[in-house]
Design a protein around this ligand. Sequence first.
Ligand code: FPP
Length: 252
Amino acid sequence: MSAGHRPGQSNPPVHVAIIMDGNGRWAQMRGLPRQEGHRRGLEALRSTVRNAGELGVKVLTLYSFSTENWRRPATEVSFLLGLLRRFVEKDLAELKASGVRVRIIGRRDDLTPDLVRLVEHAETATRDNTRMTLVVAFNYGARDEIVRAARRLAADAAAGRIDATAIDEDMLGLHLDTADLPDPELVIRTSGETRISNFLLWQAAYAEFVFTPVLWPDFDRAALEAALAEYARRERRFGGVPEALDRKVGAA
Ligand code: FPP
């Protein structure tokens, strides 16, 4: 039984993905610079990794920087790049010791070579960890990810390595950045916004969505537990019939 899981409680989702939104508004409400909101957002990220692990979540994906975020002022962009660097440098030892495997998804070719090396080091150093996988979506956009996968498949087909007619959902899925990860069952977005914003478009095809008004820097254990409880209340049908009905039909 996973930590935090009590008999009679439904199982937590294996993979939870979060759109961490509202750092800017959190700062603005306090008359603070936006950067302070991101700094506090990193604190919320750290505590969410701990809480999710304790609550039995096996994969946690956090949307940290989107392919669209480059449009923000240069100072904010470099601050966010610096936060990723600081996070990897400062937290890697603890993540490693607590059994967390780190993965970064998104495109790497816009990142500086030293940041790419740092990210690769974090992945290599934690690759044997099995307690939980932390997936940091950085310079990530789902359409970009699907296009990159399509290009690789097209190149394989053009080179005769695969037959184009053999391309199916499984094969495309295996060319995404998340190839070895299960799809998220739950996507949470904070700050009251109700958009998916180019996040895991392929992988979230059957996910439940929970939108909470909590601003990301305030997203604490209670907020995570509330989202998991909401997930547990929902019936998951995968386009079929409810489980109870399915049993009745089967028995008839
Ligand atoms: C959205 O808030 C948040 C982001 C664009 C960045 C998320 C970053 C963190 C949580 C910090 C940790 C970062 C890394 C890289 C590990 P917003 O700025 O869009 O808020 P607003 O909508 O209120 O302006």
